[in-house]
Design a protein around this ligand. Structure first.
Ligand SMILES: Cc1cc2c(cc1C)N(C[C@H](O)[C@H](O)[C@H](O)COP(=O)(O)O)c1[nH]c(=O)[nH]c(=O)c1N2
Length: 212
């Protein structure tokens, strides 16, 4: 491959991509064009991984019964989560939409294969969580690649992960990292929904670095 030249125009575009990547919960039902999901997954697989283990495992959730199981799972976990809040915070939480499982045309569960032999154990023997972190990076790469094509992704984690594993009949050695709702967003924004709805502002001092 010819070495690319990441010129200023590219860098400005990359900045905009990072600024305009959103967690999407409101989707159009329009399906993705043929081949686009495969293309996005190919790009996700370019993510870095501990020992080059590439431990991400993708499950495309298409069966309506499985989608319903995940939706029911979310509703139960979300009801429990709500009980952890009181007063105004509880009222605010109850009004948040925290998943797009109802409409997203593509639903993708991402797992980390915790027993993979790929990578020969390099880099995660003392820190086993590195395999899960590697799968997280695949999700983030997918998130950005999707946004670059105008496709939104919403990460759902308000779930009982073990029940998701059972519903989708995946191997025991896989752990759930993300349940991704994917599709065209109803609207685009440069501000996170949780900021707009008053749940959590962006930190003013997010660049604060301790020096030791
Ligand atoms: C690990 C992890 C897990 C979740 C999320 C993100 C990440 C990184 N986010 C999305 C999260 O709320 C969102 O990223 C922030 O609010 C910031 O908004 P933008 O992603 O910048 O739009 C998320 N959102 C949601 O509505 N339901 C969820 O269960 C989760 N879970």
């Amino acid at each position: 491959m010819t070495k690319p030249d990441f010129d200023d125009t590219f860098c400005d575009g990359l900045t905009e991509l990072l600024e305009w990547r959103r967690d999407v919960r409101h989707f159009k039902t329009t399906p993705l064009p043929e081949g686009l999901l495969d293309n996005l997954l190919d790009l996700a697989c370019l993510a870095p991984s501990v020992g080059n283990s590439q431990p991400w495992r993708f499950v495309l959730v298409e069966d309506p019964a499985n989608r319903k199981a995940v939706r029911d799972n979310f509703q139960e976990a979300n009801t429990q989560a709500l009980q952890g809040y009181d007063g105004d915070r509880a009222r605010l939480y109850a009004n948040l939409k925290l998943e797009g499982i109802d409409k997203a045309p593509v639903q993708l569960a991402v797992f980390a294969h915790e027993a993979t032999e790929q990578g020969h154990g390099l880099g995660h023997q003392s820190m086993p969580e590195m395999l899960r972190y590697s799968a997280v990076l695949a999700v983030h790469t997918l998130w950005l690649a999707a946004r670059a094509k105008g496709v939104g992704l919403g990460w759902v984690s308000i779930l009982d992960a073990e029940k998701v594993k059972q519903s989708l009949a995946v191997p025991d050695s896989w752990s759930l990292v993300a349940y991704c709702c994917i599709g065209y967003p109803e609207q685009e924004d440069d501000t996170p929904e949780l900021v707009k709805l008053g749940w959590q502002d962006r930190q003013a001092d997010c660049r604060q670095v301790l020096k030791r």
